[in-house]
Design a protein around this ligand. Structure first.
Ligand code: ZN
Length: 376
């Protein structure tokens, strides 16, 4: 069945004006101002007064559940497709985190395939917080080359007491191996790096550049807004050709502990000359949100939600005056490009019909299309 979405103001994420969109077979078939195919059976959707934007691409979701840092009862549950779709997320990149003992890549892949069956686009990362890497096949190269759904590595933890305290040589080897496997498989093989609270921040990644010629674009450092001092390191990283990921989910305690709200952090980074097209925001959905005291003891724990991503975009645009196309870019076109997901994160003829109708004033989600199907 074909669907014609009429008279919405389209951001692809760049402003395209008021357009009609014809979708069918899971793809965008035509984008035109006066488009009205005669004689075709159509579902017509009135988009008047609404914004039509690409479905969000979320670079870090613990789709098989995360947590566990407060004992077994603190393990979080797997992602439900409806929780992502309701929040405007149509593509997720699934990863393991701290717990790679009770969580496995087999389970991660099964969760991704289940999400696909429910209309969500889903890929996964090999590896976890720790080195040596946990993988599916025993080899990172084999994972990336032979398993379609594996598109990168991570999140590997640095500057964090929960990580395996890798050195630059170990990290560089992972990036090099992912790069080679990416070439063989036609993937980008991006390495997602979890940044913890320790003051060295990106130092190891800079060392990888100096000593092993690993270009900053091989990595996507995440949680860059978790501390003001870490966010301050983003300027030099962007200037050197790197990209950064901001984390949308947070708690009041984390904010008062020094985290910078993702909407505000986006506004600040976009003011830098190299900011545009290099910044992504992810939800860290289904992660636990643990608080530790000075001695590393867990003091409280929460769960990160998928709707944090949309809320961050809303705060950036409505609260911090970030232009809508730039805020959208950080959750659509840029993450799709950084992960090498052709067809995702943009509105254009031939792209996948993953789309959101948003309220023009509040940016609330009114309808979600994934693979061309209305989901709400
Ligand atoms: Zn993390």
């Amino acid at each position: 069945m074909l669907t014609l979405i009429e008279n919405a103001e389209v951001f692809g994420p760049e402003p395209l004006g008021s357009k009609n969109l014809l979708i069918g077979g899971g793809q965008i078939l035509a984008v035109d101002a006066g488009l009205d195919p005669i004689g075709l059976p159509l579902v017509r959707v009135d988009g008047s007064g609404m914004l039509l934007v690409p479905g969000f691409v979320d670079s870090l979701v613990h789709i098989s559940g995360g947590g566990g840092e407060g004992g077994f009862t603190s393990r979080t549950r797997p992602l439900q497709a409806r929780d992502a779709l309701r929040a405007g997320v149509t593509t997720v990149i699934g990863a393991l985190g701290t717990d790679d003992v009770t969580r496995s890549h087999a389970d991660l892949l099964a969760c991704a395939y289940a999400l696909r069956e429910q209309g969500l686009a889903a890929w996964v990362l090999s590896g976890s917080y720790h080195l040596p890497l946990r993988t599916v096949t025993g080899s990172l190269r084999d994972d990336l080359v032979l398993i379609e759904a594996v598109i990168g590595v991570g999140e590997i933890a640095i500057a964090d007491h929960r990580g395996s305290q890798p050195n630059a040589a170990e990290l560089a080897r992972v990036a090099a191996e992912a790069g080679v496997a990416g070439l063989l498989a036609g993937k980008r093989g991006t390495v997602l790096v979890h940044l913890g609270d320790q003051p060295e921040g990106l130092a190891l990644l800079w060392q990888c550049r100096r000593q092993y010629r690993i270009h900053p674009s091989r990595w996507l450092p995440t949680h860059m807004n978790r501390q003001r001092a870490l966010l301050d390191q983003a300027a030099d990283w962007l200037a050197a050709g790197g990209a950064v990921d901001l984390t949308a989910s947070t708690t009041e305690a984390m904010l008062s502990d020094g985290e910078v709200d993702a909407g505000l952090a986006l506004a600040e980074l976009l003011a830098l000359p190299q900011g545009a097209g290099r910044i992504t925001i992810s939800s860290d959905g289904q992660a636990s949100l643990p608080q530790f005291d000075a001695e590393g003891r867990l003091t409280s724990i929460g769960v990160a939600t998928m709707d944090s991503l949309l809320a961050a975009v809303q705060r950036a645009v409505l609260g911090h005056r970030v232009p809508l196309p730039l805020a959208l870019d950080a959750v659509t076109a840029t993450p799709a490009r950084l992960w090498g997901l052709a067809g995702k994160g943009r509105i254009a003829v031939g792209a996948d019909a993953d789309l959101l109708l948003l309220d023009r004033d509040t940016l609330a989600v009114r309808q979600v299309y994934s693979a061309g199907q209305a989901r709400l």
